[in-house]
Design a protein around this ligand. Structure first.
Ligand code: HEC
Length: 153
């Protein structure tokens, strides 16, 4: 019955050493298994796509947007669906009588606004030439053959 008490106990110093070694191992493990989150390179590659997109947007300086870019950014909101009675993009029947007015009249109306259509389609920072490009793009979708003023670099 004295087997528990009689069992040889490890020397106290050996116990302390074992404890210290275990603690050291735990710290080392914790350091190695840190999530990849703190890896600067991995983080950089994850935010890269966002940075690339904003760069792409910045590259198109005001004044040098193509008709399609202006259309997508400003005009599609109404003309894409024919909202407010606007001639719908690609609808030749709706655009025919409008196109018959000629490019200059269409452009004048697009710049100054006409009835429910706000001046420049609400794109206050659009240059006259950019509106002309968008008018050409939009009217051409409905059957016109207007030459879109080129973007000069
Ligand atoms: C807020 C809605 C709206 C936006 C945005 C808009 N339009 Fe319009 N647009 C209209 C409406 C409505 C008409 C029809 C006006 C009418 O004849 O009563 C119209 C008509 C036109 C016409 C025909 C004008 C004519 O003389 O028959 C052109 C060209 C045109 N828009 C170009 C554009 C361009 C280019 C943009 C983008 C820069 C644009 N629109 C953005 C609503 C819009």
């Amino acid at each position: 019955m004295s087997d528990l008490r009689d069992r040889p106990q490890p020397h106290p110093r050996a116990r302390r050493l074992a404890l210290a070694a275990a603690a050291l191992a735990a710290v080392t493990l914790a350091a190695c298994s840190r999530p990849a989150d703190t890896d600067g390179e991995a983080r950089a590659s994850r935010i890269q796509p966002v940075a690339k997109i904003s760069l792409k947007v910045q590259k198109v300086a005001p004044g040098s947007r193509t008709g399609e870019q202006v259309y997508q950014g400003t005009c599609a909101g109404c003309h894409g669906a024919g909202a407010l009675g606007s001639p719908k993009t690609g609808d030749a029947a709706a655009w025919g009588p409008r196109i018959a007015q000629g490019f200059d009249t269409l452009t004048k109306h697009a710049i100054e606004g006409i009835r429910q259509m706000p001046p420049r389609g609400g794109g206050a920072d659009l240059t006259d030439t950019e509106v002309r490009r968008a008018v050409a793009y939009l009217a051409n979708s409905g059957g016109a053959k207007f030459a879109e003023p080129p973007v000069t670099k």
